[in-house]
Design a protein around this ligand. Structure first.
Ligand code: AMP
Ligand code: MG
Length: 351
């Protein structure tokens, strides 16, 4: 039977309605997606911890402010515990007790044992018992307002150096003691450990937390940007005119990247630069490197290895660092660049 034009109007109306309804549903889904599934904006906080600017960047849909505060609190706790210039830190206590045994907790044991392991694998280029040399040159007081540059004599250096060396650290079930009057200084590893702990705290509070911790250019990644993208990290030009002059850009979404440079802490005397990274073989600022960057699984390892690589020099470090768990980028005094084979995986320019 032929349909009336009235039926046609009804069918047309029904079709129009279905169309409008579908459009409305799609619209609602879109609105829901953008309003409720939008990546959380990052919150940022800057503090001065461990003698440097620390920036914490957190993205979390749980409680980003609480996470950020806990991370900063944790880094301050570690600074207080492992600084050799804070009078009641465990490191000062061990140094004061010297050859008398000091009881230590599990965390202190972990940090010191890792320090000793890295000292071993780097043939002592990283040495956590260089306290006497660091104090002789005044680098424990360099940020104090009344600091006056002082270049010690060779005799003074040899005297201090004879009371240095990680082999004088004795650690056992009972605790730790120091032979030969050596002094601990964890300045080349404690910042890395603090970064690792901050990252761990964030992940424990929210396993899908993202963001990073930047402690004076040393960076630990909490998680990829907006849950998927890699963070772009720039390596400073050690001879750059400004703080935004960079030599290298890398992309990372986990682990850590740490730089040791002769521009970070130094003084000038008699037209020469004396920086804070010492060659344990000479007791003088290490020569041959101006910048050493390591990418590793943990900031603690990256920190200790970047210091070791600085001492060992680019030519040797570029060969051995991958076998120690770090990919590296180094610059010698002629500003020549050296990259380990695995560095290109991270480097934006090399791709
Ligand atoms: P970083 O900036 O991580 O390379 O660490 C440098 C700091 O570590 C210095 O300020 C010293 O406190 C300490 N340090 C200097 N030379 C060495 C070394 N060869 N091994 C271990 N720690 C060192
Ligand atoms: Mg270091």
């Amino acid at each position: 039977m032929p349909r009336s034009s009235k039926d046609d109007i009804m069918i047309l109306n029904r079709k129009t309605w279905i169309y409008i309804l579908t459009l409305a549903i799609v619209l609602v889904i879109f609105v829901f997606f953008f309003v409720f599934n939008r990546p959380e904006p990052y919150i940022v906080k800057d503090e001065i911890i461990l003698g440097t600017y620390v920036r914490v960047v957190v993205g979390s849909d749980k409680n980003p402010n609480a996470i950020m505060d806990s991370m900063i609190r944790e880094m301050k706790r570690i600074e207080k515990k492992f600084s050799s210039t804070i009078a009641d830190s465990i490191i000062s206590k061990i140094n004061q007790n010297g050859k008398n045994i000091t009881e230590i907790d599990q965390e202190t044991r972990f940090v010191i044992e890792r320090s000793l392991a890295i000292a071993d694998i780097t043939n002592g280029a990283f040495d956590p018992a260089m306290g006497r040399i660091i104090k002789l040159w005044g680098f424990d007081r360099i940020s104090e307002p009344d600091f006056t540059p002082f270049v010690p004599s060779d005799g003074q250096i040899l005297q201090a150096l004879s009371h240095c060396g990680y082999k004088n650290i004795e650690i056992s079930k009972e605790g730790i003691y120091l032979k030969n009057d050596v002094q601990l200084d964890l300045g080349a590893i404690a910042k890395g450990y603090a970064i690792d702990r901050a990252v761990q705290v964030a992940k424990e509070m929210d396993s899908s937390c993202t963001g990073y911790v930047d402690a004076g250019g040393d960076i630990g990644i909490i998680g990829p940007k907006f849950g998927g993208a890699k963070w772009v990290v720039a390596v400073k030009n050690p001879r750059g005119e400004s703080s935004t002059d960079f030599v290298r850009y890398v992309q990372i979404d986990q682990g850590a990247i740490v730089t040791s440079g002769d521009y970070e802490r130094y003084f000038e005397a008699g037209g020469r630069r004396y920086h804070h990274i010492f060659d344990p073989a000479t007791g003088k600022p290490a020569e041959g490197t101006i910048s050493s960057t390591i990418i590793a699984q943990t900031a603690m390892d990256a920190d200790a290895l970047s210091t070791a690589a600085f001492v060992l020099g680019p030519r040797y470090s570029v060969q051995i660092m991958p076998s120690l768990g770090g990919q590296g980028f180094f610059m010698d005094t002629a500003e020549k660049e050296y990259l380990t084979d695995g560095w290109s995986y991270f480097d934006i320019d090399e791709k």
